[in-house]
Design a protein. Sequence first.
Length: 516
Amino acid sequence: MAIPLSRRLRPIAAAAAAACLGVGLGPATASSHREAPFITTAPKVDGTDFYLFRSYEPGRAGYVTLIANYLPLQDAYGGPNYFAMDPNALYEIHVDNDGDAREDITFQFRFRNKLANGGAGVDLNIGGKSVGIPLIQAGPVNNVKDGNLQVTESYTVNVVRGDRRSGSVQALTNAANGRTEFDKPVDNIGVKTLPDYAGYAAKHIYTVNVPGCPMPARLFVGQRQDAFAVNLGTIFDLVNAPVSVITNPALINAAPNTIGDKNVTSLAVEIHKSCLTRRDDVIGGWTTASLRQARLLNPTPPSGHQTSEKPGGAWVQVSRLGMPLVNEVVIGLKDKDKFNASKPGSDSQFIDYVTNPTLPALLEIALGIPGTAPTNFPRTDLVTTFLTGIAGVNQPKNVVASEMLRLNTAIEPVAFANQNRLGVVGNLLAGGNDFAGFPNGRRPKDDIVDISLVAVMGGLCVANGNTNALGFGAACNPAAVPLGATAFKLHDAVDQAVVPLLPGFPYLNTPLPGSQ
């Protein structure tokens, strides 16, 4: 059911606004690639992006799509082993459906790598001796479990209801055969090995049964082209771009997408919204990855493509991602690993990073334009938008402020061609009817960098105006935003809306091949 505009924009209660100040993280301006010191040492468990949106594929409007991307900055030519997931890691997508900042439903992914012929691999007769080949493929690959693959990768998915470690656990099953193990397509090695990668990957989209859900779901895990667009090098080089460019809306596509030639690995689930909600239409979501607390390295690993490490101990969370990209440019360097190990319910420890964010001041310094940072401290506009959800748009009825994506599943999806690239704020400025985008969840087309630049420099306060249209309260005074309406013109000169995407599940584009 679509929510009337008047309800979407009703003011936030003063008590709720005061409660927001107890916790906090703000918006970010880049995708989560290598964002914390420890995670740079473990790229296989580095979460890069998380998407949560009402499915806009025709005929799937009743469904919600969740996509967690891992293993950033994959070069398509990165052979001969490419980018298998870590079999000793636990990858999870969490859903909070009652606003209490604790997971109620968790999808747990575990991976397994197998060498062909029972671990013996593929051999060639070389001078009368049988010798193992050095590549993961022995010829063209076209089918699931293709005989030319020396290494195959599979995975299982469990759904946990309640606490992620102590709740009830049941396995997702293949609707076609009842099996609990699913095959992951090999990465896009190149057009000679995989002449029709799109068709090959499509054979790995499964219809699955989810315990406790009467509606069939869909599942896909595999390599995709990175769907995020960002002027990454320029941003981290103290925003090395002329102010005249990044404040000119006509130049939103003036620079190349820095990561347009990179792939990632996606964990995608499409499930009916009725199977995710409880008493509230609003759900929250985030993704994590965990490793075992200890590991032993074998100095003489055996043959058979087995890992050279022996993990043990409890699971330790080392990656966390909800809102894009809080940890990268909002959390202070000293707390980045700490944030990656934390849960939403403990976000009060990061309060100063949102109520008194450093990013606006850093932008002042980098751009050489002093006196442009908002002064409406504490920043209730950021707290409301990024921690509690906007009242009438995506705020749960009984919300505990915490960092995660929040989606109102009652707001109808919008066809791709009609989606506003600036999400809710762009829709407000345009006077449109697209409230299905960021920060109400996140779609692949939503221009996260530009939306976040507008938000952090006070643009949402300006949109809030004197009418309190977004429910940010009296502290969100447009007079405290020196940039004024110019804040709406900020961008990174890379247009998210031109990134190639698929019209339906799994939405992210076919990965780039290692060779043409």
